[in-house]
Design a protein around this ligand. Sequence first.
Ligand SMILES: Cc1ncc(COP(=O)(O)O)c(C=O)c1O
Length: 475
Amino acid sequence: MDPEEFRRHAHRLADWIADYFAQSSKYPVLAQIAPGAIASALPGEAPAQGESFDSMLSDFEKILLPGITHWNHPGFFAYFAITGSAPGVLAEFLSAALNVQAMLWRTSPAATELEEVTLTWLRKLLGLPSAFEGVIYDTASISTLHALAAARERAVPSVRSLGLAGRDTVPRMRVYCSDQTHSSIDKAGILLGLGQESLRKIPSDPDFRLRVDALASAIAEDRSAGWLPLAVVATVGTTSSTSIDPVAQIAALCRRESIWLHVDAAYAGVAAMVPGHESILDGSADADSLVVNPHKWLFTPFDLSVLYCRHMDVIRTAFALTPEYLKTIEAAPVRNLMDTGIQLGRRFRALKLWMVMRHFGADGLRVRLAEHMRLARLFASWVDASREFERLAPVPFSVVCFRARAAMTNEDADVLNERILEAVNTTGEIFISHTRLNDRYTLRLAIGNLHTTESHVRRAWDLLQEKLSTVRRTD
Ligand SMILES: Cc1ncc(COP(=O)(O)O)c(C=O)c1O
């Protein structure tokens, strides 16, 4: 594509995206197509000759767009609602054009140094101490994997060279977390050769927070049975109900027991920058590592996760490996990002977080996060005042867990709520998701999109009530 042709298409694409941002609610939020519909509408072979960008864009609109679930839609209330904000999208465009590969300082000094600067800004906004060094990965799953790899590196001598298999001198290891913890912890255990049985899920209290007394007993029991307690994962903002584990107490226990503490603040950690919410990270300053995802609730386009670690030297010990062809000589010591993880190549992700933070400013970010929490409290107040619905968990952030009350058996209530979920989601106006709390099918309304206003939340509430009546009528 010659530069003039690129210019023409880029302008057209910019217009398309600007219109999309302005009118994303004209699309059904949840793709309403049958499985296989997109694949069967596309040719099975790559074209033999190159095709025009016009024909690609036309197919994008006709074939692909109907199969898009619009995460940038103001009616997106499922999972954790997110925003790929305009400054972040522009940064992605630039980053793709530069095509920077930031494995070494030399291969892109600006990408390496901007990552350090931006993560220092974010760390200060969250109130974390300077002992935490940050690094960007793609997702929280990968951040947590690296944190637990570091815990394993510290606890098991020579694990890097000898591995785990066949070593009689290495006891079986345990990682502790609550029964509300995200499945990425299980996956890290699988990949690190610890096995899923290494994960001991500690019961949570009625507000879904890890019970520290049960954790202490589990550690004592495991030690006497010969297990090696490796790490505890505490969560600030659990996936189902956004509960906050008592991190300060857990940190004290971990210190006494010399166990690595990793805090999973993937969704909710950013809320610590909002005045009045600083305490959500109480105790996290004493953790060994903490993950926070700007791609969840800090208006940064997917993907960007940040791992803060007090012992980045341990991560480097676990992963740094420099073959001859990657050796460089610099005028001063430099940070090579390839040393802080398993992957060699790295995208220039810091650019989008930097542009997002500069565009909104710290105050702008705070105001928007606070507004999402206000909207969640408002929705919760409607649920609480209703005779038809009930709330199933506290609302510390921007997610409300609730369900329609049923004067029936538990199973019938589950079916009723499943049908309400299906009914509201097929309207195309809103998309909500569900979880299970205390073994009850639970509806979840998550607020996190910049374009979501009180009127969208009100519409969601109206639709839920309307569909409850419809579902009951058709019973
Ligand atoms: C608390 C928590 N931790 C970790 C994750 C995994 O996030 P990612 O998709 O970035 O791996 C999630 C995903 O929602 C989450 O809610």
